[in-house]
Design a protein around this ligand. Structure first.
Ligand code: G1P
Length: 293
């Protein structure tokens, strides 16, 4: 039912102040989870879901991100010369087709909705995905792929959803749900960062979206929402007011909030343990220190 989703937007304009001083010179999306930058996890997830066009919404100081996705011919030559073919393969897996990534700048930090709106001309009149690279999701079937499969049946708009502790609602977009069927939540309202006492539920939006182009039209209004920012949540909620469908999708997998230090460290441990070559060493260390924690 849904049109094929081939374009994804990656809002990567944020300052990353929570990771200062590192983010003085390194974009937070380049920070490494084990040995891969955060953005690589997001790109791999998008590719697995069938995305072929990648739009980065960047800002000043994000040049390292563009360089990361450039070919590294000298490095590749050197690795070939030294016979390091395993490393060469690692590099080649990060190569993107020429022209597959487009960059657009968000000139002012006016909010997530505004960042996505900045990509409107590149998106055009088709459904598109949004991936927030801070939300890293470990899953057997990548989260966006799960959503694309569900979206193929439903159309409309879809956001990834999971339950959070009631006292945490003020960190998320929160869903007001009328009905639930399997993994699909029928959404009748969305609020950005409500206080616990005003929150319609504890079902939070996690950073994976499949959106109809009409959301971009809603963003044209430039309405300010929570925190004085132009919120993506509000533009999606406007879809419901305009009698278009919004679904929450309860994904399978474990989500890490890599926008926070604690979440980043937890993800580092989980992804480290998932690597066969690191597991034994790391698990041994964790067992050693566990009794003293
Ligand atoms: C953004 C969205 C919010 C969503 C969250 C998921 O908030 O505005 O609706 O729940 O991502 O991580 P941020 O974390 O950028 O404050």
């Amino acid at each position: 039912m849904g049109n094929k989703v081939t374009t994804a937007v990656f809002p990567v304009a944020g300052l990353g102040t929570r990771f200062l001083p590192a983010t003085k010179s390194v974009p937070k999306e380049i920070m490494t989870l084990v040995d891969r930058p955060l953005i690589q996890y997001a790109i791999d997830e998008a590719r697995a879901a069938g995305i072929t066009e990648f739009i980065f919404v960047t800002s000043r100081g994000k040049g390292a991100l563009e360089d990361y996705f450039d070919l590294a011919p000298n490095l590749e030559e050197e690795l070939k010369r030294k016979g390091k073919f395993d490393m060469l393969k690692v590099l080649e897996d990060t190569n993107m087709d020429s022209g597959a990534i487009a960059y657009v700048r968000q000139h002012k930090a006016l909010g997530l909705g505004h960042a996505v709106w900045c990509a409107r001309r590149l998106i055009g009149d088709q459904p598109f995905a949004v991936i927030l690279p801070d939300d890293v999701i470990a899953a057997e079937k990548p989260c966006l792929q799960q959503m694309v499969e569900a979206y193929d049946e439903t159309g409309g708009n879809m956001v990834a959803a999971m339950e959070v502790a009631p006292e945490k609602t003020s960190s998320y977009g929160i869903l007001d749900v009328v009905n639930e069927e399997g993994n699909l939540l029928d959404v009748k309202g969305m609020v950005e960062k409500p206080k616990a006492e005003d929150s319609p539920s504890n079902l939070a939006v996690i950073g994976r979206y499949i959106l109809s182009p009409s959301v971009l039209k809603n963003l044209d209004e430039m309405k300010k929402g929570a925190g004085g920012e132009i919120q993506l949540t509000d533009a999606i909620a406007a879809e419901i007011e305009n009698k278009r469908k919004v679904y929450g999708y309860r994904f399978s997998g474990q989500r890490f909030d890599c926008g926070s230090k604690s979440g980043f460290l937890q993800a580092t441990v989980a992804y480290g343990l998932a690597r066969p070559e690191l597991r034994e060493d790391l698990a041994g260390y964790l067992r050693d220190i566990a009794p003293s924690l």
